[in-house]
Ligand binder design. Structure first.
Ligand code: FEO
Length: 168
């Protein structure tokens, strides 16, 4: 018997799906960047793919710990090509804002249900979203500053290649 309501279980399952979709989106961005010779962008997106898998896993582990049922759903298709790194990161920011909204809604539900265990679990994600949006916004600012300048893009790409992989 789980302490989490059916409504909350369904909402968390949706979020697991969203995180897996995010992972797939970033993997697609990584593959597109590889195809265009942007090795640093490809690396950054690959690390982000792993982060998103970690987010999905964190939610799954919480649900399993609460004896809730994790039900995997189909992952819908993702875009496969972006015109520029700037459009790629802008899409990332739009997506992360949607994820932030989803965690805010989950938090509201947890409060409404008096489900403070889930509320606590969600706070990690609320903080994480602040960081994710800020990081992507910084990269967008840098790409904006570089404009269409190839040398600027070369340096930003190099900088992105130095992103640490949290898993190794
Ligand atoms: Fe799992 Fe990028 O939020």
């Amino acid at each position: 018997m789980t302490m989490i309501s059916k409504k909350m279980q369904e909402a968390l399952n949706m979020q697991v799906n969203d995180e897996l979709w995010s992972a797939y989106l970033y993997l697609s961005m990584s593959m597109d960047a590889e195809a265009k010779g942007l090795r640093g962008v490809a690396h950054w997106m690959y690390v982000q793919w792993q982060e998103e898998l970690g987010h999905a896993r964190r939610l799954q582990c919480y649900m399993i710990g609460q004896n809730a049922r994790v039900e995997l759903m189909p992952i819908t298709e993702v875009p496969t090509s972006w015109n520029t790194p700037l459009s790629m990161f802008k899409d990332s920011l739009v997506h992360e804002k949607e994820i932030t909204k989803a965690f805010n809604n989950l938090t509201t539900l947890a409060i409404d249900e008096g489900d403070y265990a889930t509320y606590n679990c969600l706070q990690w994600f609320v903080d994480e979203q602040v960081e994710e949006e800020a990081t992507v916004r910084d990269i967008i600012d840098q790409l904006d500053m570089a404009g269409g300048d190839n040398l600027g893009l070369y340096f930003i790409d190099h900088q992105l290649s130095e992103r640490k992989n949290p898993n190794c």
